[in-house]
Design a protein around this ligand. Structure first.
Ligand code: HEC
Length: 133
């Protein structure tokens, strides 16, 4: 088994001094997705359903106590405005591009959760990059 020295060489972009990276585990990374002028994804035809399917079981203001499964209080995706305000974090924890795949959310250990496909994570990045219209 390869030793866990922190030198994950490949696509590293110099954030290796992050406090939680002792083991060289991947860290939430901005995808850097650019808005495609041909984007057709909207809150109505994509974002709301994505959040309902994969995120708001834990991240909604109406979900409290143990039902949040430790999702931080206040990190809620009730509305389009909430999502737009928190877009950078959503991108870094759950979105993907050709270069970057963030699959930190839903938490991989959340056995009851539904998980987006890679294509859905790419759509998420594309939608957020346009300002989550
Ligand atoms: C099963 C419950 C659950 C689901 C479903 C879930 N999360 Fe989370 N979320 C958590 C927990 C627990 C944390 C805290 C994890 C940590 O800090 O390591 C968290 C933390 C986060 C954070 C970091 C917030 C911060 O300020 O530290 C973001 C961003 C996030 N989630 C986005 C999402 C998105 C986007 C989705 C849907 C794709 C999602 N989550 C689905 C439980 C959940």
């Amino acid at each position: 088994m390869p030793a866990c020295d922190s030198g994950s060489s490949g696509d590293g972009d110099g954030e290796s001094s992050d406090s939680e990276s002792d083991t060289g585990d991947p860290q939430p990374t901005p995808t850097g997705a650019q808005c495609d002028p041909a984007n057709t994804l909207t809150y109505e035809n994509f974002g709301e359903a994505f959040m309902d399917d994969y995120c708001t079981a834990c991240h909604a203001s109406t979900v409290t106590g143990d039902d949040r499964f430790d999702a931080p209080v206040g990190v809620d995706y009730d509305t389009q405005a909430d999502i737009q305000m928190l877009a950078d974090d959503i991108d870094a924890w759950a979105a993907a591009t050709d270069e970057v795949t963030n699959a930190f959310m839903p938490p991989p250990e959340a056995t009851g959760a539904a998980f987006p496909s890679l294509q859905e994570r790419r759509d998420l990045a594309a939608w957020l990059a346009c300002g989550a219209p």
